[in-house]
Design a protein around this ligand. Structure first.
Ligand SMILES: N[C@@H](CCC(=O)N[C@@H](CS)C(=O)NCC(=O)O)C(=O)O
Length: 214
């Protein structure tokens, strides 16, 4: 039996709590019923051991025995190989799930991250904000049509939905889905899943415990 370990920071400031990307990995492990533990690495003092696993000094990474995987998308694909609950075995559905996972990472998150940085910084004026907000609106307008035709991106729930719903729930946090009711309902459907609730609440509890220990 594999011994999965998800590595995240030992502490983060309040604003990103509940949204640090280890949630994606823990959510997938919970969905699949695969046993795992969470370990931490210092947030403030990122040493060579950290960079040996994650070359940008970020989190998360996932280990499975001798194997170490960084990038949340790569971790999800790795886990997809371990469970049909995460990645369908049928070729057509599998390709669709991989397409949507990469669309989430490469076509959506490249917009949602700068948009969220504007939100976190309370910087919602000027040309840069207008451009980023318009860019997100365009992407969401297209996504809204796709999501209107299906419950989950690849037919059944998969790692594509974990990735997409996770990045969209950050947009939803700042009310960025208010003009996109179908997408908003999709995020609500995904985030009502017990596996996400457990992964997110445990992350928040871990960081809170680190406050108390400091
Ligand atoms: N593309 C990476 C992004 C990882 C990432 O941005 N991690 C954040 C936490 S959610 C982080 O480590 N931020 C601190 C930093 O970038 O220094 C992935 O999906 O794993």
């Amino acid at each position: 039996m594999s011994e999965f370990t998800v590595v995240t920071y030992d502490w983060v400031p309040e604003p990103p709590r509940g949204y640090v990307r280890d949630v994606r990995i823990c959510w997938a492990l919970e969905e699949a019923g695969l046993p795992y533990r969470v370990e931490t690495t210092p947030f403030r003092d990122r040493g060579p051991e950290h960079f040996a696993h994650q070359p940008f000094g970020q989190v998360p990474w996932l280990t499975d025995g001798e194997i170490s995987v960084f990038e949340s998308g790569a971790c999800l694909l790795y886990l997809g190989e371990k469970s049909a609950k995460l990645l369908p075995t049928d070729t057509k559905a599998r390709v669709e799930a991989v397409e949507w996972l990469i669309a989430g990472l490469n076509s959506m998150e490249m917009v949602t991250v700068p948009w969220s940085i504007h939100q976190f910084s309370n910087d919602r004026q000027g040309a840069a904000w207008e451009r980023t907000d318009g860019w997100l609106t365009t992407r969401l307008t297209h996504l809204e049509k796709v999501i209107g035709k299906r419950d989950w991106l690849a037919g059944s729930f998969s790692i594509a939905d974990i990735l997409m719903a996770d990045l969209l729930r950050l947009v939803d946090r700042f009310d960025g889905l208010k003009d996109f009711p179908t997408t908003k309902a999709y995020v609500a459907r995904a985030t009502a899943r017990p596996a996400l609730i457990k992964a997110r609440d445990e992350q928040i509890a871990r960081f809170k415990a680190a406050d108390a220990a400091a």
